[in-house]
Design a protein around this ligand. Structure first.
Ligand code: ADP
Ligand code: ZN
Length: 734
């Protein structure tokens, strides 16, 4: 008897087990997607093992119904990855497998793109036909000549180029035959034809590439902004391809760096597959197939591309490795660098983490020898990093300036405009202003489903909740006391744009934030308008901070640097330093000099000082000492057990039980616990779910055992109606 061990596709359920089924014949293989009976219904499942025995009485076993594809959709390596995700991040096997497949594929929601291809049935009769038609039948003549020339073309293309009626007539007359073909949608394929810059590596770059290729291990590439890291990645990938292996290149979320995508596309053409959330469902499905079938050998994508079904990986690169999007803080929660480290290890590949401002953890790993540090300290054109001026906004207010721009920044914008250069203005908050408050009774507009205040979006004339997306009417009178004297909170992107427009009415301004980039390719449009000079100033959130290379940008303004500094996370200083360095790195990249203006109410803060000297090592030293004294990561692990439910009492009960169980654990591992507490989450309710948490910091000596115990407790105390998330080193503690 042949038995298949099957993971049944029921996500986030109380069941995370492997079930045995009988295989009706020999035509099945490991990794195949099958339909199986499950209870009274049938479900999709994945064969993870084929064996000849079962622990269960085989008389009680049911049979696999049928295979859903004739080929495996999951690689053996991915099955190992699934086990890793379960043991490290408490992700159920079925949930893990969902990460490996395009969602569209499950339940067969996506169809392959079928097109009709036309070609000449018989060359001689086509030529005879040509002689028989009238001279003015230009589209008929055009179509035949075109096809005689190129061989074949798509029906839709011919119809557009010439004329649909003529085409149909030719098909009727059997001059042209058609057949259906399956087309693979290839995002951004148009850029494969861009002229390739032939770039000769600098000695520094060459040295780095050679080191990466010489050894299979983890490298941290610390290279200042504009030092040519992308070129290093591409050369290393090229060599990996030449050796017959494949590679994954990760970029931050929402493809904020379309440039990297474009660079890879133009260098490697169809050998690149692209995976990120901005693709259409069809595109994603087709790219995934191209990877699975080995048609593409390089995968470029956001964090989930680390799960791509790529075989024989020789190199994985994580660009902007410090970026918070690599730390998935919603389900499934995982740390991309750890996943990549594991995947590189089982594929015997190298992993390169690249950044101008490495995360403290990664730099610490480099200092302690776990990673090999590679450095590129100079910009390609040897230009100095642009000078950064810190502006005391308190002073501006004292001088009667209530604008969002200090007088110095305003002058600098004016100068930039007059000199026909470009400026980027950065503000890490979208909307017009952070809240609407009554000056008389103090009423603040809040979301009904979340314990947060609403953000005023003036252009859409709405108050929006940034946690659940609820929209509310804007009021001009306080709904409680009727007072008309309302005040609004800190600035957002909209307000910056509106002020710019009133100060410089003739200047074209672009805005890039979550509100303006909702539709597919909209972020590409905003960026290409800026690149082409159609817009002269670009205002945006952290979306504009990363990776972009705009040669004409000479001015960067950071409107309110304190937003990032005052977020409630132990990584606030680190993130602020990174953000400033990244944003600042957008200026003066080509042959023009740049300058940065940083506006703040705490001009003497050490983060701003060190960022203004671009002194990463000094910042690292100061910050790592702080972490060590206060016992924060990387010297401890933070666990947050987040417990949510629509039923407040149920959430409280489960939290209490969990906390009691952790207290027992604490008795066993007393010296390991630096901190243990139980409380409401900072945002006590989101989307009408109550949120409580057990928070702890654990030393690293028995960290693995304690992690397992915390996972076990979660499995033991979970109940219907309550969700328990075990978060490890979360950066977002809302
Ligand atoms: P980073 O990713 O380190 O910020 P990039 O890879 O974007 O830097 O490189 C900055 C600029 O320098 C780009 O325009 C790139 O094309 C160019 N560049 C990189 N390497 C070289 C080289 N060896 N010779 C000439 N130009 C280069
Ligand atoms: Zn809400």
């Amino acid at each position: 008897m042949i038995i298949a061990r099957v993971i049944v596709d029921i996500a986030s359920s109380l069941v995370d087990k492997i079930f045995d089924y009988i295989l009706p014949n020999n035509d099945f293989c490991v990794g195949q997607r099958v339909l199986v009976p499950f209870g009274k219904i049938s479900k999709e499942g994945y064969i993870i093992e084929i064996t000849d025995h079962s622990e269960v009485d085989t008389n009680k076993l049911k049979s696999v119904i049928n295979a859903l594809e004739p080929f495996p959709v999951i690689l053996k390596e991915q099955l190992e990855l699934a086990k890793f995700l379960k043991s490290e991040f408490h992700i159920g096997l079925a949930d893990a497998i969902r990460l490996f497949l395009p969602t569209e594929m499950r339940g067969s929601k996506v169809k392959e793109l079928v097109k009709v291809e036309c070609f000449i049935q018989d060359e001689n009769s086509a030529k005879l036909y040509l002689q028989s038609v009238r001279k003015n039948a230009t589209s008929v003549i055009g179509i035949i000549n075109y096809l005689l020339n190129v061989g074949s073309a798509l029906y839709s293309e011919l119809g557009k180029k010439f004329n649909n009626n003529s085409l149909r007539k030719l098909i009727q007359d059997k001059i042209i035959t058609t057949k259906e073909i399956i087309l693979r949608r290839k995002p951004y394929i148009e850029v494969s034809n861009l002229p390739k810059k032939d770039i000769l590596l600098t000695p520094t770059q060459e040295n780095v590439v050679n080191k990466i290729l010489a050894e299979k291990r983890v490298f941290l590439l610390h290279g200042v902004t504009g030092s040519g890291k992308t070129e290093v990645y591409m050369h290393a990938m090229q060599k990996i391809l030449e050796s017959g292996r494949t590679g994954i290149m990760l970029v931050p979320e929402i493809s904020l760096t379309p440039q990297v995508l474009m660079n890879f596309r133009s260098r490697f053409g169809e050998r690149v597959a692209i995976l990120h959330s901005g693709l259409s469902k069809g595109e994603r499905f087709d790219e995934w197939q191209r990877i699975l079938f080995g048609e593409a050998q390089i995968v470029v994508g956001a964090r989930s591309a680390i799960f791509a079904p790529l075989q024989n990986i020789g190199l994985i690169v994580i660009d902007e490795e410090h970026d918070s999007s690599y730390n998935s803080d919603s389900n499934p929660r995982y740390n991309t660098i750890e996943v990549a480290t594991f995947r590189a290890k089982i594929s015997n590949a190298s992993l390169v983490l690249g950044s101008a401002t490495p995360s403290l953890v990664s730099y610490h790993n480099a200092m302690t020898g776990k990673y090999q540090l590679l450095e590129m300290k100079e910009r390609i054109n040897k230009r100095e990093l642009p000078p950064l001026k810190i502006i005391d906004m308190g002073n501006e207010v004292r001088n009667g300036n209530t604008s969002v721009f200090s007088s110095a920044l305003k002058e600098a914008i004016e100068k930039t405009i007059n000199e026909h250069n470009q400026a980027m203005l950065f503000i890490n908050r979208r909307g017009y202003s952070s809240f609407l408050m009554c000056k008389k009774c103090g009423f603040v507009a809040k979301c009904q489903d979340c314990d947060v205040s609403l953000v005023w979006h003036k252009l859409e004339n709405a108050l929006k909740c940034h946690y659940c997306g609820n929209r509310y009417k804007v009021f001009t009178q306080c709904p409680v006391c009727g007072n008309e004297n309302l005040s609004s909170g800190s600035v957002g992107t909209e307000k910056v744009v509106l002020e710019l427009k009133s100060l410089f009415p003739n200047v074209a301004v672009g805005r890039m934030d979550n509100d303006t980039t909702k539709t597919k390719d909209s972020h590409l449009k905003i960026l290409s308008d800026f690149r082409s000079g159609k817009t002269q100033i670009l205002v945006g959130t952290q979306m504009i901070a990363k990776g972009h290379d705009f040669p004409s940008v000479t001015l960067v303004g950071i409107i309110d640097a304190d937003v990032s500094l005052y977020q409630s996370s132990y990584t606030a200083c680190e993130q602020t330093f990174q953000l400033i360095t990244q944003v600042a790195g957008r200026a003066g990249r080509a042959d023009k000099t740049g300058e940065i203006y940083l506006q703040t109410y705490v001009p003497r803060h050490y983060v701003y000082k060190l960022a203004s000297y671009y002194d990463y090592p000094a910042f690292y030293k100061k910050e790592i000492n702080l972490r060590q004294t206060t016992m924060y990561p990387p010297f401890t692990k933070i666990f947050r057990i987040l417990i949510t439910s629509e039923d407040e009492n149920l959430a409280k009960d489960v939290t209490k039980v969990y906390y009691e169980r952790v207290k027992q654990l604490q008795q066993e591992y007393n010296s390991e616990f630096v901190y243990l507490g139980v409380m409401k989450s900072p945002i006590g309710r989101i989307q009408n779910k109550f949120r409580l948490q057990v928070l702890m910091r654990i030393k690293l000596d028995n960290e693995k055992q304690i992690t397992n115990q915390l996972f076990n407790i979660a499995d033991n105390v979970k109940q219907n109606g309550v969700t328990i998330f075990v978060e490890i080193n979360p950066q977002n503690l809302s």
